[in-house]
Design a binder for this molecule. Structure first.
Ligand SMILES: Nc1nc2c(ncn2[C@@H]2O[C@@H]3COP(=O)(O)O[C@H]4[C@@H](O)[C@H](n5cnc6c(=O)[nH]c(N)nc65)O[C@@H]4COP(=O)(O)O[C@H]3[C@H]2O)c(=O)[nH]1
Length: 701
């Protein structure tokens, strides 16, 4: 009955728990053995301290009972050995001094002689239960510390009444300080906070004290001059009126660094370190919102270097990058010069959109004319020569300006208008400034209107192809046709491609339109063949967008397969400027086209800037001399020289040559003298519809 008592009211211990008794008294040991066994533990009896120490090598007791008169050394080593388990001594009730000494050596508890055997079972169970709880607490503490270490997360409790902070190990590690007293930690903590972050930190603490949990990021100086960024959560919990704040502390230094490098990549140009298009756009939007509130103006400048490509190609990319960096420095200096601009705003931004295109944002201007002053200053600054790769180089630039609110209210629109104004400078001869104006505004509206109409034109099948013959200069017979698109507008009549091709280019419509041209030209070639005519070369123009389109080759392949045209009769005319825009990429596409068996020609040759080394490597068949040279070959000596030089060059490179825009017999005679292979122009025929072109195929000119 007595023995059942503990089992009815307490957790019964596990069967494997061992209770070790160290005693020399055999009767005492035997009695203990029975009590321990009956209580549901496994007794382990050691007759002496030495035997106990040997036994403890193998047995891990849950509780040790030390009876007799063990000397200090034995008690000490026992306690050391069984640091995880409680140790009970059996002492004389009146020997308080001995009990105190035992406690000092680490003994957990005591029972007094004479032993109350009835209560002993209960006593053992209480002690073991406490021990288990303690052990669990220790384990939990260890696991928590480990988890905090892994998560780089510390916790703290701040007693505001005495300015003491109780911290976890990880909090100390985050601070890089050894474990200190709560008061010392408070002082270390306070002095470590970055001056710039102190006010925010105090605000967050105040908020938490008021009962609103707060999160704050702040920087601290740690030993060695390093800086760390911490994320702290603080909140008030515990009983009402408690002077404690509780919270966590996380070291987010690495995360901040990563975020910063991602931000730099996303928002800044890697060559110049200037904001990129995305960041510029954000700045512009913010500036527009502010200007709308303040009733001020914003100027958007679009700047393009006039001769960057030439410098980049001739002096190399390293020099090109150096130039871009220098330009970025000069631009920043120019907008900071308050003496000229009579104003300065920290929101002004210089950005690089890509290539040699830069933008400048001037914010909160009272007077739009300041933008012109700044632009002139920029031109002046950029025009100063600099040394690049040992060469003295001068650059000029074209700047277009659009002003909020006059020229638009949205960032995209303003940027587009500044771009249009910049093109106006290019058109007028470069190296200048142009403000977006009524004329450009009207043109822009026309363009938008035309774009809408073009979409409909494609849907309504309003496009048609005209064909202009190319004549063999020796035999005076047709050597091929150039297919040229025409838009038969229901109200306006025939619209020139000069007017709509650029719009189709900008809107991307050129891609489906170009595909339609290739397909229609191929079908015409087949139709003439079927009509019993000899196979005739047909050339088709490829614009910049089409040439860069990744689906171009697949589209051509599909059309060839669908129409059955022999690729040897299909020629593509690509302008010199398109090819030179990205010569490496062009070489790749041209090679693939060549591998398909197509013919390739360089259109408008002489108007752009060709690198001879590329020209040599491009797998081209024909050079087409631009009609601007042909126009004056009989009157302008220079044009005559250039034309004959191009013909010689083509001969040297093994290329055929076609002269465009031949309008007079004199021009033809000159070209024949220079051994030009083919000629094309109004002298023979303008571009004509297919039903008229058919009669030219067999004609002798
Ligand atoms: N003054 C003068 N002009 C002559 C003479 N002979 C021919 N032309 C014109 O010169 C242009 C030659 O085409 P381009 O240089 O490729 O220049 C073309 C080409 O860049 C583009 N284009 C035309 N059709 C297409 C097309 O189907 N696709 C693409 N991507 N562009 C096209 O539009 C431009 C203009 O085409 P068009 O108005 O058809 O103008 C044609 C033609 O009509 C002449 O003796 N004197």
């Amino acid at each position: 009955m007595q023995r059942e008592l503990p089992n009815q009211h307490m957790n019964r211990p596990g069967p494997l728990e061992k209770v070790m008794v160290i005693a020399s008294d055999a009767d005492f040991c035997s009695r203990m053995h029975s009590v321990i066994e009956d209580a549901g533990y496994e007794p382990v009896i050691a007759g002496s301290s030495e035997a106990a120490i040997v036994l403890m090598q193998d047995v891990l007791p849950a509780l040790v009972i030390l009876a007799g008169e063990p000397d200090d050394a034995t008690r000490h080593s026992c306690c050391r050995f069984v640091a995880q388990a409680p140790v009970i001594i059996v002492a004389d009730g009146h020997d308080v001094e001995a009990i105190r000494e035992a406690f000092d050596q680490g003994v957990t508890d005591f029972i007094t002689r004479p032993v109350d055997w009835t209560l002993l079972t209960l006593r053992l169970q209480y002690i073991l239960r406490t021990s288990r709880t303690m052990q669990q607490a220790r384990t939990n503490e260890r696991l928590l510390a480990e988890a905090q270490r892994i998560a780089n997360l510390g916790n703290w409790a701040w007693d505001l009444s005495c300015d003491e902070i109780e911290v976890s190990d990880q909090s100390c590690r985050i601070f890089g300080v050894p474990r200190t007293s709560p008061g010392t930690f408070y002082h270390l903590f306070q002095s470590a906070i970055h001056d710039d972050d102190r006010a925010g930190f105090d605000r967050a603490i105040h908020q938490a004290v008021q009962g609103h949990p707060a999160d704050i990021e702040f920087r601290i100086h740690v030993q060695g001059g390093q800086e760390k960024t911490l994320l702290m959560h603080a909140e008030r919990s515990g009983p009402a009126g408690s002077s404690h704040l509780f919270g966590t502390l996380q070291n987010i230094t690495e995360r901040k660094k990563t975020e910063e490098s991602i931000r730099r990549l996303a928002y800044f140009d890697t060559v110049t370190g200037l904001p990129n298009r995305t960041l510029f756009s954000e700045h512009l939007k913010a500036a527009l919102a502010k200007a709308s509130r303040n009733g001020t103006c914003v100027a958007v400048m679009f700047l393009d270097l006039d001769n960057f490509k030439r410098i980049n190609d001739s002096l190399g990319h390293v020099a090109g990058d150096q130039l871009l960096k220098e330009v970025s420095v000069r631009l920043q200096q120019s907008i900071r010069s308050t003496d000229v601009a009579a104003r300065e705003s920290s929101d002004d931004t210089v950005a690089r959109l890509g290539g040699d295109e830069f933008t400048v944002l001037l914010t909160d201007m009272a007077d739009a004319s300041h933008a012109g002053v700044v632009a002139e200053r920029i031109l002046d600054s950029l025009s100063k020569p600099l040394m690049l790769a040992g060469n003295r180089v001068s650059i000029t630039s074209s700047i277009g300006i659009a002003i909020y609110p006059d020229d638009g209210h949205e960032s995209d629109v303003l940027l587009k208008h500044a771009d249009a104004a910049m093109y106006q400078v290019k058109y007028k001869g470069r190296n200048g400034v142009f403000f977006y104006d009524d004329e450009l505004r009207r043109r822009s509206q026309d363009r938008i209107h035309l774009e809408g109409e073009l979409v409909k034109a494609l849907e309504r099948d309003e496009m048609t192809l005209f064909y202009q013959p190319k004549i063999d200069a020796n035999s005076s017979t047709v050597s091929g046709f150039e297919a040229l698109i025409r838009w038969i507008h229901p109200e306006r009549g025939m619209v020139s491609p000069i007017d709509f091709i650029p719009v189709a280019e900008d809107s991307g419509l050129i891609v489906p339109m170009g595909k339609w041209v290739i397909r229609t030209a191929c079908r015409q070639h087949v139709a003439w063949l079927k009509a019993g005519l000899p196979p005739v070369n047909i050339s088709v123009n490829l614009s910049c967008h089409q040439f860069a389109d990744h689906h171009l080759l697949a589209s051509i392949e599909q059309i060839l397969a669908e129409t059955g045209v022999d690729p040897a009769y299909l020629e593509f005319e690509i302008t010199e400027s398109v090819l030179m825009k990205d010569a490496e990429a062009a070489l790749q596409v041209l090679s693939e086209m060549k591998a398909m068996g197509l013919k390739l020609s360089v259109d408008d040759f002489g108007t752009g800037y060709s690198s001879m080394s590329y020209l040599k490597h491009f797998p081209i068949d024909v050079l087409k001399i631009d009609r601007s040279f042909v126009l004056d070959i009989t009157t302008d000596e220079q044009d005559a020289t250039i034309t004959s030089a191009i013909i010689s060059l083509a001969g040297a490179l093994g290329l055929a040559v076609v002269a465009e825009g031949v309008e007079t017999r004199e021009q033809l005679d000159f070209l024949r003298q220079c051994n030009c292979d083919q000629v094309q122009g109004y002298l023979f025929s303008p571009p004509v519809p297919a039903d008229r072109a058919v009669h030219l195929i067999t004609k002798q000119f």
